[in-house]
Design a protein around this ligand. Structure first.
Ligand code: Q9C
Ligand code: ZN
Length: 668
């Protein structure tokens, strides 16, 4: 199952023919540099190349009026003056004799991508198109857009493939108001957009772009706007919104297809966005969406005007779609005050519609009319904005490091009678065990059981973690006699000998030895049902669910609200995922967790299973290989007491872990 790449250089064959400062950034080179970067890095070659086609009239009419289509149809025959005149009725857009042709190809390319994914020809894909689409409305071109490529694609997928729910994620830095208008009363399409807003001072200056515009009638709750009221937003701000808004809602929505309005003007260096998120953040945004809808994800290019950051960001996105391990998120700062305010506002505005947000805090007091102005004037230095504007053009950032895929994707330590799944490698530690290490291991972990099999398993696992550290192996999986013992020895080895940070995720009840949890080199997050007196502390966090890990919605809530933000902030170099006996977690949830954890540590995850759980080897390995997890079906509302307990826990930990914040500090 591959990744489609759809591109045709015909779409570079139109440009601005007169002077218009608002439109001069939308140049043909946007496509050529993006495509050349994909070719140069060898990524294009790894994709399935799919040809473009023109969208038909009927397809364009899925999102546009007949009058508008007929008007655009005349543009190829217009004189320069007529084109300028025609252009004047719309905002921030230009026409050219060849743009109608290109607009048909852009929409058609999005449809080809939907076809390729829906028919199973590929798993996912990206299309590089001009003109972009998300600003164009039923009867109007706008913001460089002629036809709404993604809106047309969503309607087409519903019509042709009977897709029931479509998620549209618009990470372009502008509000795709055209998409919002198209689906505002439609509960079958969930539209999420974040956008530079600056309290309506930024283009397109619409009151409709604010957080309280949630959709209409049956579609109420299915339109999510995250306004950025400051420039300079960073990776931490973006990932925070994904963890605390988009992902929980998206999993509750349970889409059959994910479409991305993939604009890269939200990246550092872009003259329009003036944000500071680095190109590698798109690897994470992409990866976090890849386990929804059984992996069916179509990314369609929208904006992106800094040619360097655009090309880098496109490569990060495509490389992630291809399944390569994602880079460690560089320099994740805490979300800024303004981002937290937006987060709090959006979560509060959607409380009534999504059970995952039911217990979100109310609106911050500072948003109430006059206080908003006061806050903005009296902002402290922790705030972003201000001087960023001047040096936007001189912004420099390091090129994202080359992402290398280890020769072995998943290495398995298994008893001889358990078959090794396809695509994985059986790992056995053949060299004679270092006598010093052997005696140390025997002494500290196997004191009472003179069990040579267990000793060999542990030794193999230690050798495996060393190969992971050298990036010769990406991930590992082992069936062991005693998961707790295995975890203990591995964590001790990795933290002391390799002096690396380890994130231990324990699924299910069972004691975690205190010498692990007291070590600052280890962060332990345990999900279970056991109510004990033991309080969570900074490095040992226990999530208690009334019905344990069999409660999928409570578990998912904890994964997005707690585990992922903690993982991002902690930035481990190894993740150890431990499945305690009788955890009760469902197969699909287990696979989702395994997939999501590969956001961290360059995908270096070591999974430990009890030896009786042979049946789980295949599906766990499949997730380690990057296959999308089955979807969780539409989630029930989590138990109120669980959510409340989770919120209290999150609140308590916020002082230590800043990415857990979802509210702005009280002003005054
Ligand atoms: N300073 C897309 O990104 N305003 N469209 C330009 C120039 C229009 C952006 C103002 C921006 C349109 C797809
Ligand atoms: Zn844009």
């Amino acid at each position: 199952m591959g990744t489609a790449l759809i591109y045709d250089d015909e779409m570079t064959k139109y440009k601005l023919l007169w002077v218009d400062p608002a439109c001069k950034i939308e140049v043909p080179e946007r496509l050529t540099v993006s495509h050349e970067a994909l070719v140069r890095t060898g990524l294009a070659d790894r994709c399935v190349s799919v040809p473009v086609r023109e969208a038909t009239d009927a397809e364009i009419l899925l999102a546009h009026s007949e009058e508008y289509l007929e008007a655009v149809k005349k543009t190829p025959y217009m004189s320069l003056e007529d084109l300028m005149e025609f252009t004047r009725q719309y905002g921030d857009v230009y026409f050219h004799p060849n743009i109608y042709h290109c607009a048909k190809l852009a929409a058609g390319a999005a449809l080809q991508l939907v076809d390729s994914v829906m028919t199973g020809k590929v798993r996912n894909g990206m299309t590089l198109v001009r003109p972009p689409g998300h600003h164009s409305m039923r009867s109007a071109a706008n913001g460089f857009c002629v036809f709404n490529n993604v809106a047309i694609a969503a309607r087409y997928a519903k019509q042709k493939y009977g897709v029931q729910r479509v998620l549209i994620v618009d990470w372009d830095i502008h509000h795709g108001q055209g998409v919002q208008y198209c689906f505002e009363d439609d509960p079958s399409v969930l539209y999420f957009s974040w956008h530079r807003y600056e309290h309506q001072k930024f283009w397109p200056h619409l009151r409709n772009s604010d957080y309280d515009i949630v959709g209409k009638e049956k579609g109420a709750g299915f339109n999510i706007n995250v306004p950025w009221n400051k420039v300079g937003m960073e990776n931490g701000d973006y990932l925070s919104v994904f963890c605390h808004v988009l992902l929980p809602v998206a999993y509750e929505f349970c889409p059959d297809l994910v479409l991305v309005c993939a604009g890269f003007d939200s990246a550092i260096g872009d003259p329009e966005g003036e944000m500071c998120a680095t190109p590698d953040v798109f690897a994470h945004l992409t990866h976090l969406l890849m386990n929804l809808a059984g992996g069916k994800l179509c990314a369609v290019l929208e904006g992106g005007y800094n040619l360097t950051s655009l090309a880098q960001s496109v490569c990060q996105t495509v490389q992630t779609l291809l399944g390569d391990p994602v880079p460690r998120p560089a320099s994740l700062n805490s979300p800024c005050i303004s981002a937290l305010e937006s987060l709090q506002c959006v979560r509060s505005a959607h409380k009534a519609y999504w059970s995952c947000l039911k217990h979100a805090a109310d609106l911050p007091t500072s948003t109430i009319s006059t206080k908003r102005i006061k806050l903005r004037e009296g902002e402290e230095t922790t705030e972003k904005g201000g001087e960023e504007e001047k040096d936007a053009e001189e912004k420099v950032w390091p090129e994202p490091p080359k992402r290398v895929t280890p020769p072995v994707c998943a290495a398995l330590v298994l008893p001889d009678d358990v078959a090794c799944p396809e695509g994985c490698e059986r790992f056995s530690f053949s060299e004679d065990l270092d006598p010093l290490l052997a005696s140390k291991l025997r002494e500290s972990f196997l004191r009472d059981a003179d069990d040579s099999t267990a000793l060999i398993t542990i030794s193999s696992l230690i050798a495996l973690t060393e190969k992971m550290e050298k990036n010769e192996i990406c991930s590992g999986l082992a069936l062991v006699r005693d998961v707790t013992k295995a975890m203990t020895s591995i964590v001790q080895h990795v933290t002391t000998v390799l002096s690396n940070r380890v994130l231990v995720v324990c699924v299910g009840d069972g004691n975690v030895p205190s010498h692990i949890t007291e070590d600052r080199e280890t962060l332990v997050v345990q999900m279970g049902s056991a109510q004990t007196d033991e309080q969570s502390c900074k490095y040992y966090i226990r999530v208690c669910l009334k019905k344990g890990c069999s409660d999928t919605s409570g578990f998912v809530q904890a994964v997005f609200g707690l585990l992922l933000p903690l993982g991002y902030e902690y930035d481990p170099s190894l993740v150890v995922l431990v499945r305690m006996p009788d955890s009760g977690v469902s197969d699909s949830l287990w696979q989702q967790l395994t997939g999501l954890l590969q956001s961290f540590a360059l995908g270096h995850t070591l999974v430990l299973l009890q030896e009786e759980e042979k049946a789980l080897v295949g599906l766990t390995a499949s997730s380690l290989l990057g296959n999308p997890a089955p979807s969780l079906k539409q989630l029930q509302a989590p138990l109120t007491e669980d959510v409340e307990a989770l919120e209290r826990l999150r609140h308590r930990l916020q002082a230590d872990w800043k990415l857990l914040q979802t509210t702005a500090p009280q002003t005054q």
